[in-house]
Design a binder for this molecule. Structure first.
Ligand code: SAH
Length: 220
């Protein structure tokens, strides 16, 4: 990535980014650490150059392979929901995709393990983290529905593709009191859920309607 690519031109102006942060505030995002992190994380380097001029719109965008970079509001909301219980050391993310959500998280927690099932996307994300100097991200090429049992338990888990129900394997990899934020349900009928691990099982809070790509099995 060139310096020009990182710095960008016009569309990455402070004003364009500030408009996005104002919009997130209007939409109800309150966590200042999340807003600050999103203000200083260049979303345009996580999309194809042809789409860079739209990178600070509050919208999901295609990233190839039939996948999308999540809408900034959703990234902010999921991150805020994850952080509400206090500081986090190790977080597992399922669905690296472009790596944008990973990069935001990595600046707010100690270490992020992120799993992706499409190798081409993982490779691009890795280059972006290198360009940004993010060194606390560990990428894994695997079926994230199974979690990463060898690194469990985690303080928190974030899932950025929708399974039909709450994957038991992931709940089992949360520390007691740990939380997981994920969309569940079939296409266009998904709801954002926060799961908190308890001594005997888990509690769940249903939060809001969302649209995500499905969590698929196996690797590609
Ligand atoms: N947070 C990402 C979202 C990308 S879309 C971003 O903002 O860019 C969801 C991603 O989940 C896709 O890259 C898709 O390939 C991945 N995915 C779907 N099922 C998966 C699985 N079982 N394991 C790992 N990744 C998965």
């Amino acid at each position: 990535m060139t310096q020009q690519g990182l710095r960008g031109i016009g569309m990455t102006s402070d004003r364009t980014r500030e408009r996005l942060i104002q919009r997130l505030l209007e939409e109800g995002i309150r966590d200042h650490s999340v807003l600050e992190t999103m203000r200083s994380t260049p979303r345009h380097i996580f999309v194809d150059e042809a789409l860079a001029s739209r990178a600070y719109e509050d919208t999901a965008l295609p990233i190839g392979q039939g996948q999308t970079i999540s809408q900034p509001y959703i990234v902010a909301r999921m991150t805020e929901l994850l952080l509400q219980g206090g500081p986090l050391d190790t977080v597992l993310e399922i669905g690296t995709g472009s790596g944008y959500q990973t990069a935001v998280l990595a600046r707010l927690v100690k270490r992020v393990y992120s799993v992706e099932r499409i190798e081409a996307l993982q490779k691009q994300a890795r280059e972006r983290f290198r360009a940004l100097g993010l060194r606390n991200i560990r990428l894994h090429y695997a079926d994230g529905g199974l979690g990463l049992p060898e690194y469990a338990p985690f303080d928190a888990i974030l899932v950025t593709a929708a399974p039909e129900g709450i994957p038991r394997a992931l709940v089992d990899q949360l520390k007691p009191g740990g939380r997981m934020v994920l969309p569940i349900g079939a296409h266009h009928e998904q709801v954002l859920v926060r799961v908190t691990r308890t001594a005997s099982g888990y509690d769940k809070e249903l939060l809001e309607q969302v649209v995500f790509v499905p969590l698929l099995g196996g690797v590609q």
